[in-house]
Design a protein around this ligand. Structure first.
Ligand SMILES: Nc1ncnc2c1ncn2[C@@H]1O[C@H](COP(=O)(O)OP(=O)(O)OP(=O)(O)O)[C@@H](O)[C@H]1O
Ligand SMILES: [Mg+2]
Length: 351
């Protein structure tokens, strides 16, 4: 059975818990089964502890979802979805760790040419089920509290009137705090909005935008704090966030003056195997903090952007700074889930 990607419009048309539950009950097991197959496709996957863990938790969630009933009430189903979402939380770090382990134990055959596309597909698929399950749980909460009937501003986890600039400002403040806590320096972040005409309603998942902006700004703040020689020098290296839009797209550019990324690093920033904070698979994540350390901030952010048809690109100007461009689609019908398909050919899946 093939996954069935939804458009934003279809998700918005499914706010009744019964309706989304019916869809999710069929769809999530299909997507989980895909992920189980991808693990099993890795030769001797059982030798990698993290792959075993992920496999076991996926099998359990698959079974629980197949066995649970949606009648006479949704209560049992809701409990299973809550558990499934909870079980998915540690998966991203386990996937990254599994990729590091595969590479160190088996060498270049399992270098980034293998691990990065594999982890991209796996985690993009996870983002889709995370969205569906979170959306379902939010719809149940709204229904129970009567919020849907009262015409609550949120539609589950989706904000039909998402204020991108406000999210950027709030995230900037939070990231400044994290940076100051870890480096003692507080980079200056300026958010500017350019819009020629009134922006039409834009449905988006604020949680996903917050994730992307947090990761991108953490990288810029960390680099700025490390490069600056003094507090005055920090002030001379402001981080600029530009928000602009037309009827079809919203674009956000984050640019810093932290001297850029060394030329030799290039595309490696998108690799799950690359970080300059705490190196090596044996101590993977050991020195990680809430500011940096796992090497998954950029690749994961790009997946969150891609998930509904957007994109994330990075340009480094050597010796000057780095700029990251995020594009998001804003027309509901054009915001369609990207769900990697095991049966499609590789070039389609990974382009
Ligand atoms: N704006 C930037 N300026 C300089 N270097 C950067 C910038 N953004 C990313 N990098 C480099 O790219 C690497 C990978 O970034 P990424 O966000 O994927 O991982 P990380 O920050 O090391 O860890 P985390 O998983 O916590 O985000 C960083 O370790 C850093 O060396
Ligand atoms: Mg990072």
């Amino acid at each position: 059975m093939q996954p069935r990607p939804l458009s934003m419009q279809e998700v918005l048309d499914m706010l009744d818990p019964q309706r989304i539950a019916k869809f999710l009950h069929v769809e999530v097991p299909i997507r989980i089964a895909e992920r189980i197959r991808w693990i099993q496709d890795i030769p001797n996957w059982e030798e990698i502890q993290e792959l075993r863990d992920i496999h076991t938790s996926h099998m359990k969630v698959f079974r629980d979802l197949r066995l649970v009933q949606r009648r006479p009430t949704l209560d049992a189903f809701t409990a299973v979805v809550q558990h499934a979402l909870h079980a998915q939380q540690p998966v991203r770090h386990k996937v990254a760790l599994a990729m590091h382990r595969l590479h160190t134990q088996r060498g270049e055959e399992f270098g980034s040419d293998f691990t990065d596309p594999w982890a991209d597909d796996f985690l993009l698929n996870c983002i889709g089920t995370e969205m569906l399950m979170s959306q379902y749980l939010a719809c149940v909460t709204m229904e129970d509290s009567g919020a849907r009937q009262r015409g609550h501003a949120m539609a589950g986890i989706i904000d039909p009137d998402c204020d991108v600039a406000q999210i950027c400002r709030e995230t900037a403040m939070k990231v400044q705090e994290i940076t100051e806590e870890h480096t003692g320096r507080c980079p200056f972040i300026q958010v500017e909005v350019f819009q020629e005409r009134a922006i039409p309603r834009f449905s988006y998942i604020p949680g996903f935008l917050r994730f992307i902006m947090t990761e991108v700004l953490k990288n810029s703040c960390r680099a700025t704090a490390e490069v600056a020689k003094s507090d005055r020098d920090v002030q001379k290296r402001p981080i600029n966030v530009i928000v602009c839009a037309d009827d079809h797209e919203v674009a956000i550019r984050v640019s810093d003056r932290a001297r850029g990324i060394p030329f030799g690093v290039g595309q490696k920033v998108w690799s799950y195997l690359y970080t300059t904070a705490g190196k090596g698979p044996s101590n993977y994540g050991q020195h990680a903090t809430s500011l940096a350390g796992y090497g998954i901030g950029l690749p994961l952010s790009r997946l969150y952007a891609r998930y509904l048809g957007g994109s994330l690109n990075l340009v480094s100007l050597p010796g000057y700074g780095t700029s990251v461009d995020l594009f998001l689609r804003r027309v509901n019908a054009n915001q369609v889930e990207i769900v990697p398909d095991n049966d499609a050919d590789d070039s389609d899946r990974r382009s």
